[in-house]
Design a protein around this ligand. Structure first.
Ligand code: ASP
Length: 437
């Protein structure tokens, strides 16, 4: 049994709907389909979800929103017309307009993109429509009630051999519609997959998976054929985005693999994310490289620091007191570095430094700004001798100095800090050393 989620670009117009239809029908195991709202058809196009948010903003400012809602309606009408469907959403649009006029919240408004697309896609595929409001449960604070949701979904889906369940939203007990954060249909898909114990959760988007490195930096970067959830977590934390971060948990828990696929290139096997990909699927020692700019390193030195009980705790206390989150903590014998996001540090920079001085009386303390962190991730790195040396040689042979190193205890990632100006070149160097050779 397969659960497939299709993103907004996969359902942006009738042409894309046809591709989705062919994909779903090509494999009878594809029983449940979770759609997003229609996304962009071309570069400067508007996403239906964004239009719906604008509608609600206009309404709550007392302005006329009917023009914007009409643009939304035209998007659906064009799809219905071009697919030759006998379906009218005008009554739905009357209800939506009335609800907005009566003060419906932004989550209700935004959710209508998926709701309407679900009705449309179900009609086109000949599948049942299951409204997510009845099967995805949120609490009063808008937090997902996962166990309750899985129970509701699995009970309901027993009554439908094939169904479309819209993504992105659900409801509280009293029917108040709530949404996930943006891109949240990925989470809905994962919940559906988990509730029916699917063999695979297919997530169809406009790219065939994750690239080994950001293609804006390495234009010919290859796709990653197989990756573990753990590796993915390390890469996403560093900014690699294809999948909503929270979409991993429901499926990972049940051991269901997620397959990222491209609606525009359905023959491409995409990236398979699994709980434990075997080492025989490792192609290049490393699985992926991801990085981000905007970090600072607070470097603290004090002789005999290693024998001073509570030193580290007091340093971190200074950050905690000012609610500055720390990201990494590379330490030496008499040195300790705290890597933080520059934007966070800037809120209380002087206070944090003064507090560290007060708490631990360091011999020296300095801050390096404009640091980029680069994570090189790979389950194959542990068994390969000399991976770190290869990585550092690759970077330093380009004349780039490494400002900090942190090898996660998981041994599936090595994080290096370089000056932001060297960011692209360091990533190219790592890609060259591990993938091009
Ligand atoms: N349509 C929503 C968004 O644009 C949710 C999604 O696509 O997953 O964020």
């Amino acid at each position: 049994m397969i659960v497939c989620k299709f993103g907004g670009s996969s359902l942006a117009d009738a042409g894309q709907f046809k591709k989705v239809h062919d994909i779903v029908k090509a494999n009878p195991d594809r029983h449940y389909v979770v759609p997003s709202a229609p996304g962009r058809r071309f570069a400067n196009d508007e996403k239906v979800t964004d239009l719906l948010y604008s509608c609600q903003r206009a309404a709550s400012a007392g302005a006329d929103f009917s023009g914007i809602l009409l643009r939304v309606q035209e998007r659906y009408d064009a799809i219905i017309r071009d697919l030759g469907l006998k379906l009218s959403l005008s009554r739905e649009f009357d209800t939506i307009a009335r609800q907005i006029r009566d003060g419906a919240g932004s989550e209700y408004c935004a959710s209508r993109g998926e709701y309407l697309n679900g009705i449309l896609l179900a009609a086109y595929l000949g599948f049942d429509f299951v409204d997510a409001a009845g099967v995805v449960r949120f609490d009063k604070n808008g937090l997902l009630m996962e166990d309750e949701t899985l129970r509701l979904l699995s009970d309901e889906l027993k009554n439908h051999t094939r169904a479309v369940i819209p993504g992105f939203y659900g409801a509280e007990d009293d029917g108040t519609v709530r949404t996930f954060s943006r891109g949240g249909s990925d989470i809905s898909g994962a919940l559906v997959a988990s509730s029916v114990n699917a063999d695979v959760y297919e997530n169809w988007t406009d790219v065939p998976g994750f690239c080994i490195a950001d293609p804006r930096i390495v234009p010919d970067a290859k796709y990653i054929p197989s990756i573990t959830y753990k590796e993915l977590r390390e890469l996403s934390y560093m900014g690699a985005t294809v999948l909503h971060e929270d979409a991993v948990f429901p499926v990972r828990k049940c051991g269901i693999p997620t397959n990222i696929r491209s609606t525009n290139d359905p023959q491409h096997p995409g990236t398979m994310i699994s709980v434990s990909a075997g080492l025989d699927s490792v192609q290049h020692t490393i699985t992926g490289i991801a990085g981000q700019k905007g970090f600072s390193i607070v470097h603290i030195e004090k002789d005999m620091m290693n024998s001073e009980l509570g030193f580290g705790r007091r340093v971190l206390q200074a950050f905690e007191e000012y609610a500055v989150n720390f990201e990494h903590l590379p330490t030496g014998i008499d040195t300790m570095s705290v890597v933080v996001r520059e934007s966070e540090l800037n809120r209380h920079r002087d206070e944090v430094i003064a507090r560290i001085e007060e708490l631990v009386h360091p011999d020296q303390i300095n801050v390096a700004d404009n640091i980029a962190l680069i994570a090189t991730v790979g389950r194959g790195m542990v068994r390969m001798f000399g991976t770190a040396a290869r990585l550092f040689t690759a970077i330093s042979s380009r004349g780039i100095s490494i400002r900090t190193i942190d090898q996660g205890s998981s041994e599936i990632s090595i994080i290096v800090g370089v000056d932001a100006a060297d960011f692209n070149s360091a990533i190219e160097a790592i890609y060259d050393a591990f993938v091009r050779t």
